[in-house]
Design a protein around this ligand. Sequence first.
Ligand SMILES: NC(=O)c1ccc[n+]([C@@H]2O[C@H](COP(=O)([O-])OP(=O)(O)OC[C@H]3O[C@@H](n4cnc5c(N)ncnc54)[C@H](OP(=O)(O)O)[C@@H]3O)[C@@H](O)[C@H]2O)c1
Length: 320
Amino acid sequence: MEHHTFLGKSTLCVPRMGVGAMTWGDAKGLARLHPAKTAYGGAHGFDEEKRALELSIAAGVNLFDTAAMYSNGAAELRLGELARGKAVVIATKFPGGFSMKEEDLPKQLEASLKRLGRASIELYQHHYPMRNISIPKLMEQLANVVEAGKVKAVGVSNYSAEQMREAHAALAKLGIPLASNQVEYSLLNRAPEVNGVLDACRELGITLIAQTPLAGGKLTGKYSAQNRPGGFFRRILPQYNRKALEEMQPVIQLLREIGERYSKTPSQVALRWLIENPLVLPIPGAKNGKQAVDNAQALTFSLTAEQVEMLNQATMRWRV
Ligand SMILES: NC(=O)c1ccc[n+]([C@@H]2O[C@H](COP(=O)([O-])OP(=O)(O)OC[C@H]3O[C@@H](n4cnc5c(N)ncnc54)[C@H](OP(=O)(O)O)[C@@H]3O)[C@@H](O)[C@H]2O)c1
């Protein structure tokens, strides 16, 4: 399978996977309590983030996902610092706070560009739908920044199928494609297959960017009921409790069995399962160079249709 693709119907060329840089950066003050840091714990410091970026690029994975909101801008700042002068594809998200309106977008974009140290970015995504933001009006703002040459492609995140259709239609009137919708999707969260999002992506030619594609680290196989993951969210959320970690062990076992045939790890097989669908582009989070290199290896092999189906069957209970 080709290692690059266009994002949706846009002219933005991207690798078939990216790197989630949510946990990166030096958060200061209250930003240290942001979920980007507290959910799983932060990345392993400047040197490891640098290695993660450089080794990913060397492996052909030069798409990096961040957001204005992550650690109150600290994640963007770090990505900008590390990526300076390098051929990267930067995806970031609007807005940086909860009380923003659609007319705040130009200023918010300028602030992101400043933190990233760039005159333009490749993908600008609306982080999640909010009651105080009108989707058609926001799409007008996004179209304006595309026309101004500051953004190459437009995406959304955490949009339902209905909201995607609304955004797609509003942008289509302005002659701009909706390139992507970033939602949670993994073997342990197959909701996009049943809530209409994947169908809408197929019908409208939109890429599904799979956030949390390793189920927050569970699909690496390193966690179990006896060895629970760290980080505040992973200690309190039910999907990381002992029962959940026990229930997923047959999936890890199958990932191991399939992986053995290719000398691949459970995480590489879990990411490959996503990549086998040409509509889907996973962005696994990497806290250090080793994780980034491991994850990039998902581009180096293919699963058979039979193996994809075995994984489908083994994870039916997570297809809800
Ligand atoms: N749009 C949104 O609302 C939204 C929400 C969430 C995430 N995202 C995006 O999706 C990206 C990825 O999601 P995520 O970080 O939530 O979850 P994930 O990719 O499923 O899991 C990432 C975690 O798994 C562990 N890990 C990753 N690769 C590994 C490897 N090769 N070997 C061993 N452990 C490994 C690391 O944590 P440990 O080492 O601590 O286990 C890492 O932080 C984020 O960075 C962000 O860009 C977006």
